[in-house]
Structure formats: C-alpha cells, structure tokens
Write a protein that binds this ligand. Sequence first.
Ligand code: SF4
Ligand code: SF4
Length: 291
Amino acid sequence: MLNQRQKITATEVLPLTCTREGSCCHGNQVLLNPWELALLASQNKLTTKDFKNTFTEDGGIRLKFNGKENKYLKKSCSLYSEEIGCSSHENRPLACRLFPIGRQIQENKSAYFFEGEQFPCFKECPNVTNLKSLKLEDYLKGQKINNHEYAQDAYLEVTQNLADIALTLLLDTNLTNEEQRETIQNWKDLGGFSLEKLTQNTAEEIINIITIPEINVNLSSPNQFIEAHNEMLQLYIQKKYNKSQTKKEIINTCIKAMEMSLLISAAIGANILELSEHWIKTALFHIDKKN
Ligand code: SF4
Ligand code: SF4
C-alpha cells in the first residue's frame, strides 16, 4: 500500500528535536541534485567523478547505503560514521536537512509533509517524544535550507526548459502524426521506469553531463552553478539537433531531451510518472489542435 502523505503547515508543532541515533542515516533513500553532489565532492576533497563512483549509485542521483548495519539490520549511508554521525554534515543534501519532513512543489508552491500514518521518527527513535517539540518554521530555520531549496527549485526550472525543448522538437520539426505518437510512446515508457532502470537506460555521456558536469564556479551558493549547468544542457541538445540529418535522429534527440528532463526531475525527488504524463498531455493537446 502506498504511504499516505500528511501535509504540515509552518506553524505546526512536531517532535522535531533529533535524538541523534542516526536511524534515518540507515536503510534510507537520499537523492542528490548535481550541485549537492559537487558540494559533497568538494568537502570530501574528491573530484565529482571519484565522489560519484565511491559514494553514489544510479548515476550519481542517489547516495549509496552500503555501510555497517544497525540493530534494525539496515545498512548505513556511505557518508555515515559511527563515531561522528554524518561525515559531511555541513553539506548534507536537502533530503537530510529536512528529514523527517519532505517537500513537494505543486503549482509553483512548495508544501511540507511527512510520509505515513505516524510521524517517521517514532518507529526507530521513540525517545524523540521526550525532547522539545518545535514549530516547523523554527525547525527549518535551524536546518539552513535556503540554498538547498533554491537549488531544488532552480533545477525544477531546468527540467521544464529541457521538456520544453523536447516539446518543440516534437511539434515543430515536420514529424508525421505517426512519428509524433511513436515519440510520445517513448516518453511514456521513460516516465514508467524506476530510477534504476532510467539510469541504466541512459547513455553514460548523458548521465555524466547531468550528474557531474564540469563547471568551475564558486559552489557556496547554487545559482551560478545551476545557471551554467542549464546553459550546458541546452547547448548539448542544440548540438545534437544541429547534427541531426534524418527524422530518426531528430526523434532520438527529442527523446533524449525528455530523458534528461526526467533524470533531473528524479534527482530532485519529483514524480517522473506524473511529469511525463503532464508533458504527454500538453503534447497531445497541441497535436490535436493542429489537426
Ligand atoms: S529518525 Fe528522527 S530522531 Fe531518529 S535520528 Fe533520524 S531525525 Fe533523528
Ligand atoms: S548524507 Fe549524512 S545525514 Fe544524509 S543520510 Fe548520509 S550520513 Fe545521514
């Protein structure tokens, strides 16, 4: 059964003082956007490629949880240390800053929630109820999330830009109705993939330009990095399109643009099935309008 999402308001008071038992650093899923990966690599004095290979899976989109098991037989995050807890606390990703809370963006507004019928910390850290409860807004202030939320929102725009390019290639390149529908079927397949399958399906060149782009800017705030990344990704697709001689190559570029959009969406924790359905609906609307 799917977990229920409980929406929370900023003034809601919840047991948000952590017991520091590290339960959520075991057997969890932590997604990374490319700026977060670059930050963690820099803190660990590694190249992004080496950091990706050592600490992440699914092409650099998810932290590995391959460390020692805890008493619940759950393996620890690759950045977890029994002695000190998170070895990269200063640059931990947004997912870790927010836990046990999640964040979703709907209709350009962000909302906070927690998964499940009971508060996530209760199961493995029941002592959390003995510590001070906090208003959500105060908890968030303490987690220094501004840059990380900015990055999540900015990458959402990057995904929209890439999907817009895919849409333009679909609608404005003289593809026949049948070719358009075949292309849309490919988008649909991509949206139905798990993160693992999506990354396995994607060419290494594309995975690398998404998760470990070579961008040398100051990482302390995400805007320069993500702006440069956005340009780099658009240029990549533009070059692929310029080289396209046949309709088959145009279709392939169109599918790649959507694939890139969905991969980045996955890295920011968006629901790629919903997003692909949204873009398919938009495409079909325009196709039907033309006919
Ligand atoms: S599960 Fe909750 S209380 Fe336990 S370590 Fe994680 S955030 Fe802290
Ligand atoms: S990055 Fe740090 S805080 Fe996040 S799961 Fe790994 S060890 Fe825990």
